[in-house]
Design a protein. Sequence first.
Lengths: 375, 375, 375, 375
Amino acid sequence: MNPTIFTIPIQQLASGDRLSIQVYKFIGANPGKKAYLQANLHGAEIVGNAVIQQLIEFLLTIDDTQLHGEIWLVPVCNPVSTNQRTHYFSTGRYNPSDGKDWNRIFWDFEKECDNLQEFAKSHINLEIDAIRNEYFKRIKTRFDKLLEKINSPSGAPFNERYRYQLQSLCIDADYVIDIHSSSNQAIDYLYGFWRREESAKYFLLDYGILLDEYDGDAFDEAFIKPWLALEDQLEKLGNKIRFDIDSWTLELGSGMQMNPESVTKGVRGIKNYLTQKGMLAISGFPLSETASDNPTFVSKSRIIKYYAPVGGMIQARVVLGTSVKAGDKLYQVINFNKQDDLPIVIDICAEKAGLVFDVSTNHALNEGEYVLSVM
Amino acid sequence: MNPTIFTIPIQQLASGDRLSIQVYKFIGANPGKKAYLQANLHGAEIVGNAVIQQLIEFLLTIDDTQLHGEIWLVPVCNPVSTNQRTHYFSTGRYNPSDGKDWNRIFWDFEKECDNLQEFAKSHINLEIDAIRNEYFKRIKTRFDKLLEKINSPSGAPFNERYRYQLQSLCIDADYVIDIHSSSNQAIDYLYGFWRREESAKYFLLDYGILLDEYDGDAFDEAFIKPWLALEDQLEKLGNKIRFDIDSWTLELGSGMQMNPESVTKGVRGIKNYLTQKGMLAISGFPLSETASDNPTFVSKSRIIKYYAPVGGMIQARVVLGTSVKAGDKLYQVINFNKQDDLPIVIDICAEKAGLVFDVSTNHALNEGEYVLSVM
Amino acid sequence: MNPTIFTIPIQQLASGDRLSIQVYKFIGANPGKKAYLQANLHGAEIVGNAVIQQLIEFLLTIDDTQLHGEIWLVPVCNPVSTNQRTHYFSTGRYNPSDGKDWNRIFWDFEKECDNLQEFAKSHINLEIDAIRNEYFKRIKTRFDKLLEKINSPSGAPFNERYRYQLQSLCIDADYVIDIHSSSNQAIDYLYGFWRREESAKYFLLDYGILLDEYDGDAFDEAFIKPWLALEDQLEKLGNKIRFDIDSWTLELGSGMQMNPESVTKGVRGIKNYLTQKGMLAISGFPLSETASDNPTFVSKSRIIKYYAPVGGMIQARVVLGTSVKAGDKLYQVINFNKQDDLPIVIDICAEKAGLVFDVSTNHALNEGEYVLSVM
Amino acid sequence: MNPTIFTIPIQQLASGDRLSIQVYKFIGANPGKKAYLQANLHGAEIVGNAVIQQLIEFLLTIDDTQLHGEIWLVPVCNPVSTNQRTHYFSTGRYNPSDGKDWNRIFWDFEKECDNLQEFAKSHINLEIDAIRNEYFKRIKTRFDKLLEKINSPSGAPFNERYRYQLQSLCIDADYVIDIHSSSNQAIDYLYGFWRREESAKYFLLDYGILLDEYDGDAFDEAFIKPWLALEDQLEKLGNKIRFDIDSWTLELGSGMQMNPESVTKGVRGIKNYLTQKGMLAISGFPLSETASDNPTFVSKSRIIKYYAPVGGMIQARVVLGTSVKAGDKLYQVINFNKQDDLPIVIDICAEKAGLVFDVSTNHALNEGEYVLSVM
């Protein structure tokens, strides 16, 4: 089957050139859910582009009767960040004009929804689909208002223009998959939300971090938070329902590269997920290991990040993916000085046991720069 | 009188070199209040360094009997940001490793003080000084705990180390004055807090913005917010007291320069403020115009910022300091394209009346970049 | 008359988006010379975009019989540099991946022309136009070879791809005008070459710098150097001819802005130049002041640049455009330290008399950073 | 034995803080040659800091009678570049204020020595040491003049101040070893000069690049070029002498890391070199493999660098260290577009056979960005 392809201008540059995003829409012969996938929101995190390219290749080979619903795919979804360079590194993690993390800019209906309790009360006796429709209408009404500000004479900063375009594409989706990697170096894992552990398993990754606390305004959060909040309200009122709405951030390896194993895992996991969700009917899926798969889920608040206690150069760091015990040596710093002393070597040990799942690419560190994370 | 001078290491760099800050403490012969002044928290905003250098020059000429209390002065208070460069511009507005605005990183006791109402109830019948002492003890106890995290094996990111050092210097101050400028180009004005309008006048600036909404975690906010919150609580309980605690951000002109008129205004305003507050006994102050001075105060929420609706080059922009009416032309954009069309010129007009108080230094703008602000 | 407009892709970005340049070609009804104008080769130097936009507006109003030959105009000629940003400054002076100044990358036939003397000997008796044709053929043959490298599997770095596109447009021009400004702040002046002082006057600017020494590989140099070298050789052999080939760099004011007076001067000067050269027949030109105009020409080697002797903040700098005598005070530095000393103020005086024609935008300077230039 | 340690201020920053370098001098009990070693001239190339730290550790364990002559060691020799950061990458390859590569700024006596032929003629009959002394005096006299410019009111840009400090330390050395790595990712090899192949072997590295062409003004070149030029002149005049003066750049692996194998190889090679040169008398050295070692030397002009022909993401790149034949596939690009087309995958093949010795860290590439090098 062939996709329809749309090109959407995202930003006109000072030079008059335009950056755009391109949406590949595969529309199944049968109605169904809508899955929205994007990649490369942070400039260095390119791995998802290969995942999406392989998914497109694959979808081209199937028949449209094998797809229920729609799959929308947006590779290189943030051309501004993808093209940011310093020296020859991809430094597109923050918007250079306001310092904002490209994944902390999204519009979150929950923050504007002051009467959620009231809504829950007045709709609690409806069918789940009716509740969903009514709630979605409210989200959509508010979302549409964002355009007024953008089109006013005072305009809106680029972050607000950009998020409007991107969130327009997924606001009515059922499943959102945002493919990232570490901007540094990391293992493969995913970020998911509480009450969605069961479908998290479909991705067949060994590790998952459950977002029990939020940085705020991330793409995955902005999509699902309003629905989780509504579930909470309804549950408080005695109606324990779960919307079939999911939001995932896949973290596939390291920055500035597309590790083939990570790409393969990503493609396999997404196919399995979409099959399990009933969108794809393809041979070999769902994979039999899905049932037995028993990933490790860790709460975000339990992660410990390590920062250099002095300026210097790190060496003898434990290998990415190592499980450490409390007190195990994590890394050394060679510490130079400019006060007529010899260089010294300092050992840093683990505060708690855990898995070293993310490490800095750069081993030259100012005091207080990031070294590694343990989950 | 001579100051005592302390040098405090702030960060050891990867190279082993250290960046420090230097505190000039002028201790009066008579006990009294403590004023804390700093400059150059944002790298481009250097004007306060000249203000502080002139204040030091001046204080050297007076006798210690003319000073009641202590004045602490910290020029170039953020050497990391001051020394940030790209090309030859001072680009030190955000921490390059986490994108955080250098003035949105400070520790705010109010966020951790979960039992404020209880505290207010149990202390409402004490004298104001006793309330202050008890509350300060709680702030200090929590603040001191920050050091535990910093000294743990996992350490703390530089922002947390740095803020600890800087807030240590002012946590027990009565008056905090943080001297900024626009990182772009601006008139002279100040940021102040509600219920402090009266002493705002002492600075003799024509304009002030009252913080009725917060960006959060700014230096001035972090210092005064816990006290404002306590005043609120006590007032709700029927005890309307005002602590003699002030927090100001002076905005003196444009970035990357020390405009002589702005410096003079800053020095004059600070001398007048400190005299009015009873700290300085110096000839010629307080200035007689203080009484008659009638600055314009505007709420922060009323400011309108304009962003470029297209990419291009701006021209014919209204001059900084102009008062505009709704519909007045604010600026033009020459808009090029790469689609075989002629360049076009677009007019942008004011949404509302107001004073153009801040304008972008750069006239080449991507779509959604900042152009100017109207108060 | 209307131009024909061409859009030429310059670079495909990692995201798949493309940056382009656009050429506006005004073709006269009568044959004649070819003038090539471009602007904004350095990202911050946007003033020429307004000059070219106004020239386009003007040319639209004339009849094609008033133009002899062709005028090609390329605003925003380097979209890569125009769109470079750090914080909100235009930092597009160097290619971020190799550090090369965008105006030191151009292909210079003279460096590859090993048999110039031989060529001069064997063609010395031809008519000037015949010599020109033969020499141009050699330039063109070599230039065309650059494409082989670009199209090879190993490819070519962006600088070589870009220069090929830009130099393709002007290689057969008679007059090249490259519109710059200071990336800092400067007066209006031009860069020209020896033996071209007479036509330099047509631009009606008060100051000119004659390139008696080269930085190397600048756009203006790369265009004219081979012709100057041939003139030299022929003159050595006794044939003193001058090709009607000119190359100019106009410097119109300061970076990141389009000062209206500088724009007006630029437009006026270019109209006058093109009229004097016989390309335009327009009312009011050539201006009568051309004859009497007596600009000051200074050799590049005589310029003195001043660099900060210590780190600090500069103040009391002489105003841009001031004529100083040797020993006159040029600027002060407030010099802080982190060694428990008071700040000090240092005066820096002029080594030689001259005109202060360029000054740094940034007044916060590390030791050895640029302060100002005297011609 | 213990070193004497000197700290030399290199730059005062705008904030008043100072960056310094520190020299560790090990002075043998016996007179002899002077070896000068430095590391980390480019900010990302930190590996040599570990090499020098281990050499210091080692030298502390030997007796001063085991050292003939002096070894000077300068780790983190360019604190400006070491501390440069964008995002969390070490982007210290170019000076941010002038774009100059930190290893293309050094003073080269050969460029100023206009009467070399004359010097050679007038000294040809002296003993080699006498020639060396006389020539060194001339170098030193010119070098000392650089200080006049630095101390003049107009001062000198930072590059000139810095190079003066660094070259002061090594100008009278016999052997200069500058430890680099790739700023990207590379194998271990060295850069050496013609006529020095024999001592190149002492480093026991498998590969070497002989500088038959110069980028110009690199640290290694600036030190040895004047001596090579004198050897050439003397040889032309019939006196084929070789000064015992060496200059090496070791390239030990990849940027932003200190690979333990590369560090070990570096330490071992330097110990072996210094033993072979008679400076060190230590057990186990020189290593017996020195005689049999047969490294591959390649001329710099034979290296082929590959640049991305389109913008996109590279995958399936040959592994670093692979030997390829002409026509072998080197890498693929996934090429997205914003023109409603499907992504495509493009293969790039080797132009010539050779060893892939350096590859880009970043796999997201704009058109014309660097991919890999083949020697």
